[in-house]
Write a protein that binds this ligand. Structure first.
Ligand code: GBH
Length: 482
């Protein structure tokens, strides 16, 4: 097949989705327009001390007003797909009740524009921006939020089902549960390990409710492709000692299998339940019927990957602080690993990105081939991968980002190898289309293939954007680093 063609290039399967990803709060701006009300990220970013430099998503990349130009740019670059998220409080401001048509209209216009340009839309229902009213009612630790999410999914399926075939329920529930309710470096900034685990279960349940809602709202003839996106951790023990191996097992349980278990296999892992028994009563938390709902079949699994996770067993004291400080999301005295605070995270040697994240594509290979081995019939999609570097505009007006080209090339090579070794990977979405609001880091970290000058909102494709466009046109990468 094309994957093995012998012209010195590594070819990807035909029909492969080549895209870029964004998220509503990170690019849209227009925070108070057309009926949109605050989400937890509006509240959080407007709370002094939470986001670097006091940055907020009020304006962001002004995509709400510039979506037409942005789609034209995607089309010039040659993307054949685009992953975006819907702002819940834009389409259902209180998180309950009827939709706001003006809010839905934005996503109708956006998807119409994409389809007219021949770009396949991939819609994510939730990329971390819970309507503030639902947080005030308890947020994700409250079971009702999952029920509200099911209704929101039904409403979106009705509104966009004639245009959108690819759907992702949640983006990275790990971040929502553990950064939002555990370490508190993400909105809503709560720090309680029990809440974090309750949130994880209710996010799983929300996913299950959304899959059911979408299945009944979407025309089966259009062959909808339903998925969830997880930030799976490629966990490596620092040494082969029993204690380090056990630390890796625990992090794999609370980081990966807490989602993969119920969603793909209909059960929470026994070791996870045991590790966290002092924090939650799983028999009370998981009600009859929940696991059947959560494990409703999906068509694809989305995997986001940035860097590997190297762990060792910690001492008895002070390890929680150490883990939290090293987690790469901003500082907190609280751990984002409920029940496994006593694990130390290590920076592997080698080059780092501007986030201080290490660069190691083999983690992506291991994750893709690992899921392919345990779930051979489940198609996969890399729904995010990319890197921040200290990009700047040269005197000639160009943004040269060879490190980003090398990063993306290396990870595409890892995906190619995973496909060769049996993983059914259907697409790749670069994070991100353009520079944007990088959560707790504000606008200081640039992940885009396209540079955004925030004072003028001018978009300047970086060298990596041109390289990525050529890669898409060829459907292949070189064997060695460009
Ligand atoms: C994604 O999350 C988000 O979906 C996206 O919105 C965001 O802009 C993008 O990534 C870039 O941050 O402990 O130092 O090894 C990424 C979530 C979770 C990334 C854990 C790296 C480990 C860092 N991540 N993480 S470290």
């Amino acid at each position: 097949g094309p994957v093995g063609a012998d012209d010195g290039l590594l070819h990807f399967p035909s029909g492969f989705l080549w895209g870029a990803a964004t998220a509503a709060y990170q690019i849209e701006g227009a925070a108070a327009e057309d009926g949109r009300t605050p989400s937890i990220w509006d509240t959080y970013s407007h709370t002094p001390g939470r986001v670097r430099n006091g940055d907020t998503g009020d304006i962001a990349a002004d995509h709400y007003h510039r979506y037409r130009d942005d789609v034209a740019l995607m089309s010039r670059l040659g993307l054949n797909s685009y992953r975006f998220s819907v702002s819940w409080s834009r389409v259902q401001p209180t998180g309950r009740g009827p939709a706001v048509e003006r809010g839905l209209d934005f996503y109708r216009r956006l998807t119409d524009e994409l389809l007219a340009a021949g770009i396949t839309p991939v819609a994510t229902l939730y990329h971390w921006d819970l309507p503030q009213e639902l947080e005030d009612a308890g947020g994700w630790p409250a079971r009702d939020t999952a029920e509200r999410f099911g209704e929101y999914a039904a409403l979106l399926g009705d509104a966009l089902g004639d245009r959108v075939r690819y759907w992702t329920t949640l983006n990275e529930p790990w971040c929502t549960a553990y950064l939002g309710y555990g370490s508190g470096v993400h909105a809503p900034g709560r720090t309680d390990p029990t809440d974090a685990l309750r949130a994880a279960h209710h996010l799983n349940l929300a996913h299950g409710r959304a899959v059911a809602a979408l299945r009944s709202a979407l025309p089966a003839a259009a062959d909808p492709q339903l998925s969830i996106t997880l930030n799976l951790h490629a966990v490596r023990p620092l040494t082969g000692s029993d204690r380090d191996l056990d630390a890796a097992r625990r992090i794999d349980a609370v980081g990966n299998r807490v989602f993969l278990g119920p969603i793909l296999d209909g059960a929470y892992p026994a070791d996870l339940r045991q590790d966290t028994a002092n924090l939650v009563d799983w028999d009370e938390l998981v009600r009859p019927g929940d696991l059947a709902a959560i494990s409703a079949p999906i068509d694809l699994l989305g995997v986001n990957y940035y860097n590997p996770t190297v762990v060792s067993a910690g001492g008895d004291q002070g390890a929680a602080g150490e883990a939290a400080r090293n987690d790469g999301h901003g500082s907190s005295d609280f751990s984002p690993w409920p029940g496994s605070e006593n694990v130390v995270f290590h920076q592997p040697p080698g080059r780092l990105t501007a986030m201080n994240w290490s660069i190691d594509p083999s983690g992506l290979y291991d994750l893709l081939t690992g899921v392919a081995r345990s779930h051979p019939d489940l198609p996969l999609m890399v729904t995010e991968n990319g890197a921040a570097f200290d990009d700047y505009i040269s005197p000639e007006g160009e943004v040269r980002d060879p490190e980003r080209i090398a990063y993306v090339h290396g990870h595409l090579a890892a995906i190619h190898a995973a496909i060769r070794d049996g993983a059914d990977v259907r697409g790749y979405f670069l994070w991100s289309l353009m520079d944007n609001f990088e959560w707790a880091y504000g606008y200081g970290k640039r992940f885009g293939a396209v540079y955004v000058d925030y004072s003028t909102q001018r978009r300047i494709p970086k060298a990596s954007a041109h390289w990525y466009g050529e890669t898409i046109r060829r459907g292949a990468i070189s064997r060695s680093e460009p």
